[in-house]
Design a protein around this ligand. Structure first.
Ligand SMILES: Cc1cc2nc3c(=O)[nH]c(=O)nc-3n(C[C@H](O)[C@H](O)[C@H](O)COP(=O)(O)OP(=O)(O)OC[C@H]3O[C@@H](n4cnc5c(N)ncnc54)[C@H](O)[C@@H]3O)c2cc1C
Length: 367
């Protein structure tokens, strides 16, 4: 196996993500992917020989309105059927889970004890080391310029350093996948959507709390060592919260907004954070960055064989959950590449075919 990376491993969205790992989705397939991935996260060291701490401290959603609590309750029958370890929690339990948190404006919440968070770059280093020991070759600083297509099959890739012939080519190129697939005349509806993260100075008293999310506003925070990392929705020109893009672009991949953190976000984060927890009143933001969600029209990834082009596969377009599902995605796409079909979980619904045929197996939902 040869991995070609035009920059350095992790240089894309992976270096910027929040590292959350959750089971709290509304589609059964997503929960199955989380369960498969979590089994791997729990045994990361045994499976890769490298250390990665999956901090299984849970995901806590809190709702400010009765409507919000009702929305949080809606998928509970699915979680019960899937034994996903999720329960509704009262204001009192929320205050126990996050000591000091403001709850007088909270109507209730939902907690998934098997959820938590990890570190995308540390995990990537472990995956890469294990793959290398198993014989994979990594070439950094080599960009794929185009796919080599001969009739109805892909035969390799063209790079600045020459052509590479291959029976099977997997595009795992995040929000850059549409442009690359287009070189083989394959339309792929993936586009970039900028989101941002901020990091505080040390707040060690909150080092062991769950990843906590305000359901209505989309503001969330998690410990990172002694610091806190904050994720937030985007703000529109008139100051409204925007959790996902207003719509798909007219052409793919669409516009790449510059990776600058919009100036309007920090005051918004300071205000939300100070309101939510007294420890955040004198918040010191020591770092902030932006990176791209890789969007698809239904916020679900495209994983598997490209219909009509033998030898071409895609694993991309994960919006805000590509890290958590990575061990499952890797296993399932490799099963499909080697055996013609993923056997551990049926991922037929993630095929690019759904956009070609207009089939709509998923509802869109971005955190
Ligand atoms: C703000 C934010 C918060 C997030 N939080 C979470 C979270 O809490 N939990 C979670 O699970 N996910 C989260 N995500 C999403 C997650 O980070 C991504 O889904 C995941 O990192 C995608 O990984 P990837 O390998 O598919 O893509 P990338 O990490 O983008 O990797 C694609 C790679 O392809 C390379 N490449 C592109 N074109 C070429 C070419 N032509 N030739 C060679 N190489 C090429 C790039 O250089 C890049 O390194 C978040 C994302 C953002 C933006």
């Amino acid at each position: 196996m040869l991995v070609l990376e035009r920059d350095q491993l992790g240089a894309g969205t992976t270096k910027g993500g929040l590292g959350g790992i959750r089971h709290q989705f509304v589609d059964e397939l997503d929960i199955r992917m989380s369960q498969l991935a979590t089994a791997f996260w729990r045994n990361f060291e045994d499976r890769t020989g490298s250390r990665h701490d999956f901090e299984e401290r849970g995901y806590l959603f809190i709702a400010n309105t009765e409507v919000g609590v009702a929305e949080l309750r809606l998928p509970m029958p699915l979680y019960e059927r899937m034994r996903a370890g999720v329960r509704m929690v009262s204001r009192i339990e929320i205050a126990e889970l996050v000591p000091g948190i403001r709850v007088d404006d909270v109507f209730g919440g939902r907690f998934g004890a098997r959820d938590g968070y990890g570190d995308p770059l540390v995990a990537l280093a472990g995956f890469a080391a294990a793959a290398q020991l198993d014989g994979a070759t990594f070439r950094e600083g080599v960009a794929v310029e185009s796919l080599l297509r001969d009739g109805d099959r892909v035969t390799g890739v063209r790079t600045g350093a020459g052509d590479v012939r291959a029976d099977r080519v997997l595009l795992a190129t995040g929000c850059w996948t549409a442009a690359l697939a287009a070189t083989a005349a394959v339309p792929v509806p993936i586009w970039p959507y900028r989101r941002s993260i901020m990091q505080s100075g040390p707040l060690p008293q909150l080092a062991r709390i769950p990843l906590t999310i305000e359901w209505e506003s989309g503001f969330h925070f998690r410990p990172k060592g002694a610091a806190q990392r904050f994720a937030m929705p985007n703000l529109t020109a008139d100051g409204k919260e925007e959790k996902g893009p207003a719509g798909a672009p007219s052409a793919y991949p669409g516009e790449f907004a510059p990776l600058e953190v919009p100036a309007s976000l920090e005051p918004w984060v300071r205000a939300r954070a100070a309101w939510r927890h007294p420890a955040f009143v004198e918040l010191r933001i020591v770092d902030s960055w932006s990176c791209y969600y890789e969007m698809t029209p239904d916020d679900h990834p495209i994983v598997g064989a490209v219909p009509g082009v033998a030898g071409l596969y895609i694993a991309a377009g994960f919006s805000g959950h590509g890290f958590m599902h990575a061990p499952a995605t890797a296993q399932l796409v490799v099963e499909e590449m080697l055996d013609g079909r993923a056997r551990t979980i049926d991922i037929g619904d993630l095929s690019l075919e759904r956009f070609q045929s207009g089939r709509r197996p998923f509802k869109a939902a971005v955190l």
